[in-house]
Write a protein of this length. Sequence first.
Length: 465
Amino acid sequence: MSLSEIHLMSRRLIVCALSAVCIGAVIAGESKSAGREDCQIGTYRFSDGEIVDIARFEGDTFRWRKFDGTTGVLHKKGDGSWTSTLGWTDHPDGHTASFTHCATGEIEFDGKKADRIPFETTDAMFEGHGGIKLAGRLVLPKTNDPVPIVVLVHGAERDSARDSYALQRLLPAGNVGAFVYDKRGTGGSAGKYTQDFDTLADDAVAAMREAKRIAGTRCARIGYQGGSQGGWVAPIAATRAPVDFVIVSFGLAVSVIDEDQEEVALEMRLKGHNQEEISKALEVASAAEAVFESGFTEGFERFDAVRAKYRKEPWYKDLHGNYTYLILPYTAAELREQRKQGKAFVFGTPFRYDPMPTLRAVETPQLWILGEDDLEAPSAETSRRIKTLIAEKKPITLALFPHAEHGMTEYEVASNGERVSTRYAPGYFAMMRDFARNSQLSGTYGSSLVVKPKMEPSPTSQDRK
């Protein structure tokens, strides 16, 4: 694979770019695939109140997911019926579906009838930072009552959020509104793709204001949910305009450089390497990170020297990291050439940004949801830092899900040693819904360990105006 081809893999590149993280593919209310409309796509309610969401997945398959976190992929059989495989695995899970009557808003799942839930949907174009036109969508429960609204803040992915964020329907199905928008340079939004947190925070504020404008009196309260890279952006946005809450999912309270270092160390440790070997791996990662941080303009000599020093050692093959691995196979000359051609990984990423001062400055209640087994955004140091803020009486709630990784999914380990996600952590969706309602958690949410703030929630955004 050439370096230019690697460049196209930017969904995984730098700062947790959300592989299974965005919760599915094509989930807009009226989505299109290969030039056709898919009447299957929607969120459906059974007679007992349970819901199931159907979204376009890869090729001609559909991903289903329930609010309890169970999920799978539906595959069409020759007779027109659909059978499911578990999570992101290829194991049959026994679930079935029928879409014979989906054009009238009805499907069958496991032999039970379910009716499509109607939403009030408004598409809009609005101006982000620098006047860039951004494409957004407000999805509200079909009722006249005021509801909380969650503004969904991007991770580092380059796909259209309006096409790929399932929360834009899962939350309204739980009587919480959602505003989804395409990050600049993606989907229907203009501008150049960037990972500059300041610019993205201004865009998030603009999205929040547009959601409030459209919703009018339907907006009871409003806040952000940022996954992965969005966990850096959403708190910044919360310091620039009043909101009622911030939810960070599988984000980080450390810098982008620290993220790569932590991932390298964790992966090497899990593969059985000792501290001396881990230290050598971190030395290589540090040299690679310097190349990224320079915008591919310097650091090549050091990078070449440290690779030559360790390349033949047995542990070297296990060196990965969040983005170090992307340039390990390539010479300094190849990397310089890619920079000249504008194909290097230069997105304005603030590699040394320290989120802690921002987190201390945020006055609104925050919910941090972390996976204990997260490899892309290792949670140990972030969890420790969030607990420090809680001890300082900041209005932060921390929820740690055991056996959950990036994307808040549980997993199994395949025969090749790779993790394969099987479902979302039980309680994850309900936790976000409940916090959006009143900035509090009550009861239990799966097996999560919850640390609550040591003070009363701060005033609402209306009170602080």
